[in-house]
Design a binder for this molecule. Structure first.
Ligand SMILES: Cc1cc2nc3c(=O)[nH]c(=O)nc-3n(C[C@H](O)[C@H](O)[C@H](O)COP(=O)(O)OP(=O)(O)OC[C@H]3O[C@@H](n4cnc5c(N)ncnc54)[C@H](O)[C@@H]3O)c2cc1C
Length: 398
């Protein structure tokens, strides 16, 4: 990589440097390339991620992918989840159905994060991403920023931090992101699927802990079990054992493909930008993965930010980005927390109360109908740019 490159960006090497080539950084890069901006994604990883992390892609995200002409490829690679069945202590409580949600895409698309990254990276093209490139410093001046990586200094008009929840860039520019670690712990594993559940998702809420089960493409299924404490080294076969104990379903340990452990936390950064350096995706906010909203919230950030960065005077629109995207993240964080809180109640009495609440939510007419839109993230405020008042995107004096 050269340290100073003649480019269409004029006096800087690039219009935009994106730190981090996770799903959000790559989506943002694709959207900016579509508008003809000169950019570089700097990603410290060399190999693809080992775990599948995010799997649920919601309809608003598919609308954004549509803009890039990528929705069809995503849908062809993934699996459409149209129903999520919910069981309690004494059997079926109801179903969250996406079949009648008011959107062109009436399903949640299941696709492992590693495949999402691969499709976006291929679409962006090798020329715009530098792998194995860790950013160690960022600085900003009146009209540009500089980014340090190894011995090399690159300049751009804007730097976007898409470097994940432990963002180095956020730390360097001193934006506070006080976080809260929840007292809930989970172990998850992807298995060869022999359940016969097909494309159905299943949630089991029991007195001894929750079990969640989501279909994956390629004949696999993810199982997520709640544990009492954080188990950094779970005993072999734990996911199978807890699944059998709590649901009666036999998921042979020999069918397990991978395993990971997580303890959710939440944060919403105090501000999503400082001068010309802007936070996006997990660098800006963190939420419980239960509910599957983190990456989707980041995709909506990227769409908003792409529109701003293509504007003649992006600096004047950053307050709107901060206001609308912080509010959207706040709602998503609250919903993920609420869902996890209710789902992780343990003990017989609390379980019975939960069953009553869930039966009401899932089996009564208008409320039950609303649940599909709720979990598809159609009711998150400003979930796509189309739902942001146009007047807010008119620049105001700084
Ligand atoms: C178990 C689990 C399940 C989940 N399920 C879902 C789901 O179904 N749906 C959903 O929407 N979300 C889900 N999420 C959340 C989702 O995984 C994250 O929200 C998503 O990965 C955020 O993407 P990102 O690009 O912002 O950050 P990341 O994916 O964290 O990417 C950041 C990138 O920046 C790179 N990087 C970091 N520091 C530097 C540096 N200094 N220099 C260069 N590069 C750097 C990293 O290598 C990484 O590639 C889940 C999360 C977990 C843990």
């Amino acid at each position: 990589m050269k340290s100073s490159i003649e480019s269409p960006a004029g006096s800087t090497d690039y219009d935009v440097i994106i730190v981090g080539g996770g799903p959000v950084g790559l989506l943002l890069a694709c959207l900016l390339r579509q508008q003809g901006l000169h950019l570089r994604v700097l990603e410290r990883r060399v190999e693809p991620i080992a775990h599948s992390a995010a799997i649920g892609i919601t309809p608003p995200s598919l609308q954004i992918l549509d803009k890039l002409g990528l929705a069809a490829e995503f849908i062809a690679s993934g699996l459409k989840v149209r129903d999520c069945f919910v069981d309690g202590q004494r059997g079926r409580l109801g179903c969250v159905s996406f079949r009648e949600i008011p959107d062109a895409h009436r399903f949640i698309l299941s696709l492992p994060q590693v495949s999402t990254i691969a499709i976006l990276q291929k679409h962006l093209g090798q020329d715009h991403i530098e792998l194995g490139c860790e950013v160690s410093d960022v600085r900003q001046f009146a009209d540009h920023c500089s980014v340090q990586t190894g011995e090399c200094t690159l300049t751009s008009r804007f730097v976007i931090a898409c470097d994940g929840s432990r963002s180095r860039v956020r730390e360097l520019i001193g934006i506070r992101a006080p976080s809260h670690v929840y007292g809930c712990h989970f172990v998850m594993g992807d298995f060869v699927d022999r359940t016969g559940f097909g494309d159905e998702a299943h949630l089991y809420f029991t007195a001894t802990g929750s079990v969640e089960s989501f279909p994956l493409p390629g004949g696999q299924r993810r199982w997520v079990v709640q544990t009492e404490t954080r188990l950094d080294h779970p005993p072999p076969g734990l996911v199978s054992e807890l699944t059998r104990e709590r649901t009666g379903i036999v998921v042979p340990a020999s069918d397990q493909i991978n395993e990971s452990v997580f303890t959710p936390r939440k944060f919403n950064s105090d501000c999503y930008y400082k001068g010309r350096i802007i936070l996006c995706g997990d660098a800006a906010h963190g939420m419980s993965p239960i509910g599957g909203q983190g990456m989707n919230t980041g995709f909506a950030d990227a769409e908003f930010l792409a529109a701003i960065l293509c504007h003649a005077d992006p600096l004047k629109l950053l307050p709107a980005y901060n206001r609308f995207r912080r509010k959207a993240a706040k709602t998503a964080i609250f919903r993920a927390e609420w869902g996890m809180w209710l789902g992780t109640w343990r003990g017989r009495m609390r379980s019975r109360v939960r069953d009553v609440i869930l039966k009401f939510l899932l089996c009564q007419g208008p409320v039950a109908r609303h649940m599909g839109s709720f979990y598809a993230m159609l009711t998150i405020p400003f979930n796509t740019l189309k739902r942001v008042p146009a007047a807010s995107l008119k620049p105001r004096p700084l």
